[in-house]
Design a protein around this ligand. Structure first.
Ligand code: FAD
Length: 477
């Protein structure tokens, strides 16, 4: 018996399923045909078939408010779809889910349906992938549409119906089962999986409906917050700085005694900042802003990993050797986020240097005149210069826009969902999966992987729960 077969057999035994017939003509309803909903449908059918259940005795229906399924898959990764992240599951979880409680929660399902399982599944539908140096995995064609098309074909092959243009707005739960309402229509079901996504990028159909449905059923839900979003400032950055990128720096947020920092690339935009380090930091920024404890300031550390004393020694040393060099020239040739801070740091062809527009701005903030030479720097000027290099203010935060956030944090409380099955701890046979749960992954394919894995787990367990197994030996191929 391979591992997957053994897994299903163990699940069945642990649930103490009696050998016997299935509940006659069971119906599984899935709300939302996005990443997690489609995977839930595919996994549900595979589980049922592996137990020898004929398709016509187990109906799987996806209700989708958009006219087409998978809108977010289609726009993911700028249309290229960063499907998942490479590497062993433990490393993927460490890298992708920085908050330990969220990491612990998604762990079970990512082990249940790994990045390797995902790529194998896509491979069977003709989607080959490439792994970039940083571990991010994309379809080799570079087209998100190919990934979406493969999932649609899998749903079709799973004999799952998709009813589009149907926005679910109510869920009634009784001892008889579930009634899902959508306007004037209603659908009865023996089991329901809520897979309606988060609350960000509402134009894709995700406006927090799933979270509201779960809350109406009694689930606690944490306030939704933007994550992986650009940051807007109260005062727009100077025109000269707009479009400038800073490579490998540390972006810092401070509000009162709270602070956080993320290392990576940052782009100065018309309204504030964006780029990988900004996306990663945005969740904390949004939380600080929502706490209402005062100004939320964004700064940049151009020399992460080096303290002010080391930077000061570097500047002094440089001034001793190149006294007649203009401070502005020193800054323009100064390595950005150098690994080593030695006198020859600039001679060893740094990956990138402080952009010209920033050099000018740094001098302005440190009150150093344009024609100033290195040997003429006073102690106060050097202190000011070092302090700006270490903590250059970029702006105060006005907003972290939810409608421009790739994911939302917050959502259905993890403590009320069983991480091994995605089943509600309040209502048997009700399941929640995907972004509507209170977790948020980093940039890098982690959010889609979590949606696929939690969806897969929910589909499998909803089916096991509904169907009475004939034999623990009969399992998924
Ligand atoms: C611009 C952008 C780029 C992204 N790029 C990446 C990336 O490259 N890699 C990555 O890992 N993640 C990426 N993400 C995040 C990723 O797309 C999501 O985390 C993931 O799709 C969540 O899956 P889900 O199934 O939980 O929700 P979704 O995929 O959002 O699916 C939810 C579905 O439910 C439907 N729905 C909502 N309410 C109702 C209702 N009331 N009734 C019926 N249907 C309903 C929605 O229309 C939607 O189809 C990106 C997100 C955005 C916005």
């Amino acid at each position: 018996m391979n591992n997957k077969r053994a897994g299903i057999a163990n699940e069945l035994q642990s649930k103490k399923k009696r050998p016997g017939a299935l509940i006659a003509s069971s119906v599984l309803l899935i709300v939302g045909a996005g990443a997690s909903g489609m995977l839930a449908a595919i996994s549900a059918r595979r589980t049922a078939r592996s137990l020898g259940v004929a398709d016509d005795r187990f109906r799987i229906v996806l209700l989708e408010r958009n006219s087409r399924p998978g809108a977010k898959i289609a726009i993911s990764g700028g249309g290229h779809c960063n499907i998942t992240h490479d590497g062993p599951v433990d490393q993927l979880l460490e890298k992708g889910f920085l908050r330990k409680s969220e990491q612990r929660f998604v762990r079970h399902s990512v082990y249940r349906f790994t990045n390797g399982d995902l790529l194998a599944l896509l491979g069977r539908y003709g989607v080959t992938t490439v792994t970039r140096e940083d571990g991010r995995v994309f379809p080799a064609s570079g087209r998100a549409g190919d990934v979406l098309d493969a999932f649609r074909r899998m749903v079709t092959d799973s004999s799952a119906e998709i009813i589009t243009g149907t926005r679910v707005d109510g869920l009634d739960i009784s001892s008889q089962g579930f009634t899902v309402r959508a306007g004037s229509s209603s659908f009865n079901a023996d089991s329901v999986i809520l897979a309606a996504g988060g609350a960000s990028w509402g134009s894709a159909g995700t406006t927090g409906d799933g979270i509201r449905l779960a809350a109406a059923a009694g689930h606690r839900a944490a306030q939704t917050m933007p994550a992986l979003a650009p940051i807007f400032f109260t005062v727009a950055p100077k025109t000269e700085l707009v479009g400038v990128s800073l490579r490998g720096i540390e972006l810092v947020v401070e509000s009162g005694s709270d602070s956080d920092a993320k290392r990576g690339d940052v782009l100065i935009s018309h309204r504030g900042v964006s780029g990988p380090a900004c996306l990663s930091l945005s969740r904390s920024v949004a939380e600080f802003l929502a706490s209402g404890r005062g100004a939320v300031r964004i700064m940049v550390d151009l020399f992460p990993g080096h303290d002010e004393a080391a930077i000061s020694a570097f500047v002094l040393d440089h001034a001793a050797r190149h006294g007649s060099q203009m401070v502005r020239t020193f800054l323009q040739r100064c390595p950005l986020a150098p690994g080593r801070l030695t006198a020859d740091a600039e001679a060893t062809a740094p990956a990138s240097t402080i952009p010209n527009a920033f050099a000018v701005e740094i001098m302005r903030l440190a009150e150093i005149a344009d024609g100033q030479v290195m040997s003429g720097l006073t102690r106060e000027q050097r202190r000011a210069l070092v302090s700006i290099l270490k903590r250059m203010p970029l702006g105060n935060v006005r907003k972290v826009p939810l409608d421009k956030a790739e994911v939302s944090a917050g959502g259905v409380s993890l403590s009320e969902i069983d991480p091994k099955s995605m089943e509600s701890r309040l209502h048997p046979r009700l399941y929640c999966c995907g972004e509507m749960l209170d977790y948020a992954g980093e940039v890098g394919g982690f959010n889609l992987q979590a949606a696929f894995s939690t969806g897969w787990t929910a589909g499998m367990h909803a089916t096991l729960n509904l169907l009475e197994a004939k034999s623990p030996q009969t399992a998924q191929e």
